[in-house]
Design a protein around this ligand. Structure first.
Ligand SMILES: CCCCCCCC/C=C\C/C=C/C(=O)SCCNC(=O)CCNC(=O)[C@H](O)C(C)(C)COP(=O)(O)OP(=O)(O)OC[C@H]1O[C@@H](n2cnc3c(N)ncnc32)[C@H](O)[C@@H]1OP(=O)(O)O
Length: 280
């Protein structure tokens, strides 16, 4: 048995070195930094969504950990939102499972008793914006990066629960404009409308995120957690009571010719842009 151990360890080490982790977790004293790590742009496929859900769940179970900073290993991109290739020409079974993973990740992150801060150094459209809005606070870098729910521009419609989270964050009228027009804003504008709590130079994003997290963690823990639940459970419950219906709506909607041709057009435009960039 003892002689087997090095072989087992070597195999485990080899497996780790060949399977890059989709989410990196760095533990500090009483909190963790969770970095999305799916190259090139952290687009949220089913596996990344599941990895986020599992990461948050494992931190919730660690009695030393009270909070987390959600971030990205790519300083240019927080997350490009849902992986469009999951929705384009899909297999129905996988599509349902994919949406289930998105629902689960949202519910986990939005209602986690951990204190959460999003450290947004780079772009954060659509599903990326949702992840950020699920956190208790958001810090974003000044300059180029944009954040927002741009679904309408792709010819798709965000589900009611993404709308609800945005309404809870920036209010009804601003959501009506952001969502209807598919707007993305920079950090300064984000701060004006309450989408972003702190807009800072990119090199300060992490230190300010830590400062905000420590502020949440300075509140007596049970009071903080109960208040978070009081503020968020009703919104989460609305989806929990309609999980199957929401999944079916998504699958039916996604499989329409109209949505498929909108996604095809959008993917082609992304590809063209990437090719032009590579040719430079
Ligand atoms: C009745 C209602 C029922 C409910 C129905 C619900 C429907 C679902 C609705 C809403 C849920 C949420 C949806 C989403 O999240 S959709 C995704 C939206 N995301 C975007 O629009 C972002 C698209 N990407 C970009 O704008 C840029 O890529 C960027 C700013 C993130 C990064 O720019 P850059 O660094 O210049 O990189 P490239 O553009 O060159 O991209 C590199 C590479 O990555 C590919 N890619 C980019 N984004 C995605 C993506 N979201 N999914 C899949 N692939 C993506 C891109 O195509 C390039 O690929 P390559 O050519 O192979 O290198």
């Amino acid at each position: 048995m003892l002689r087997c151990l090095p072989t087992f360890r070597a195999r485990a080490a080899r497996a780790m070195s060949t399977t890059p982790s989709l989410v990196q977790i760095e533990k500090k004293d009483n909190y963790a930094i969770v970095r999305l790590s799916r190259a090139p742009v952290n687009s949220l496929n089913m596996e990344l969504l599941q990895a986020i859900d599992e990461a948050v769940q494992s931190l919730e179970q660690d009695k030393n950990i009270k909070g987390m900073i959600l971030s990205s290993t790519n300083p240019k991109i927080f997350s490009a939102g849902l992986d469009i290739t999951e929705m384009y020409q899909p297999k129905t079974k996988r599509l349902r499972e994919f949406w289930r993973a998105f629902q689960n990740t949202y519910l986990r992150l939005y209602t986690t008793p951990l204190a959460t801060v999003a450290a947004i150094e780079g772009h954060s459209p659509a599903g990326g914006c949702l992840l950020a809005m699920c956190c208790d606070s958001r810090v974003m870098s000044l300059g180029g990066p944009l954040i927002g729910l741009n679904e309408t521009k792709l010819g798709i419609v965000a589900p009611f629960w993404m709308r609800d989270v945005m309404v809870n964050t920036i209010g009804h009228r601003e959501t009506e404009k952001m969502l209807g027009l598919g707007l993305q804003v920079n950090a300064l504008r984000g701060k004006e409308i309450g989408l972003i709590d702190e807009a800072v130079p990119v090199e300060q994003v992490h230190s300010v995120a830590e400062k905000l997290l420590l502020e949440w963690l300075s509140i007596p823990s049970s009071a903080r957690k109960l208040t978070k639940a009081m503020m968020r459970d009703e919104t989460a419950q609305k989806l929990r009571s309609r999980l199957d219906e929401d999944r079916s709506n998504f699958v039916d909607f996604c499989e329409t010719d109209k949505v498929q041709s909108a996604l095809a057009g959008y993917l082609a435009a992304l590809k063209k842009k990437a090719e032009a960039k590579a040719a430079k």
